[in-house]
Design a protein around this ligand. Sequence first.
Ligand code: NAP
Length: 278
Amino acid sequence: MTIPTVELPSGVHMPTFGIGTWRMGEDRRRRKDETDAIRHGVDLGFTLIDTAEMYGDGGAEEAIADAIAGRRDGLFIVSKVYPHNASRRGAVAACERSLKRLRIERIDLYLLHWIGSVPFEETIAAFQKLKDDGKIGDWGVSNFDVDDLQSWHAKDGGRCATNQVMFNLARRGVEFDLLPWMRQRRMPLMAYSPFDQGPLARHRTLKAIADRHGATPAQIALAWLLQLPGVVAIPKSADKGRLSENFAALKVKLTDADLAELDRAFPPPRNKRSLSIV
Ligand code: NAP
């Protein structure tokens, strides 16, 4: 199964499905299992891996390095800078540390993890320098609501590649205005916490739909995100079996009746709701 791609404003194609790594790299005793799981994900065909300097204090990036050693080509690596490191010099130094831990020459997409106190102009200048030096491919942001994204977008000349936010069936707030705003600008939305960090993988309605497809509730949660234009899903699992299960969600095609049932159980937003920040 090949993963579909979506075009970034830069013209680069980004996979619409990837591996999340939050909570990885935190405990040395779990490192080998985590590395094996990521490697298994790449064996399955996952080509996008999402991480951050924050995850395991760099430990997740190190686990990824071990998992992708010798097979970096064809992979799309996303990492994030802490807001307190996002100054003109700080972001360059943080990116260089991430590259060293990842043992790669270039991060494909580098995101500001959430808004801090550093002016956007400074972070954008750092991102531009990193791009000019070939250390990142594209840049973007995370946990931005429409107003902040508008302000960032005006300052970076529309080069922002994505906004990574919490988006799943149980948290559909972004559909009200953020997702339409991003679609108008052909900017894909990266949806994190596709299982709402677990509960959706056990939900009754999803189970009923899953049974009709010979699938699992987790696969229905992913299939719902994957059928939305301009949306990228990044489920996390440190378990090989669940990674295989998640990858196979690509095969699940939801019907109009399934989608209507999901809308009844998880109504789309009728008014503006704020985003959840990590
Ligand atoms: P998630 O992917 O919704 O849920 C992860 C949880 O679901 C883990 O406990 C995992 O356990 C379990 N799980 C995975 N596959 C499963 C399956 N098939 N059946 C049942 N349970 C399953 O939550 P998330 O980790 O918050 O979000 C995904 C990724 O998005 C993160 O890892 C990170 O890369 C990114 N993220 C970004 C931000 C941000 O601020 N930008 C914030 C949060 C997350 P096992 O590992 O044991 O399988």
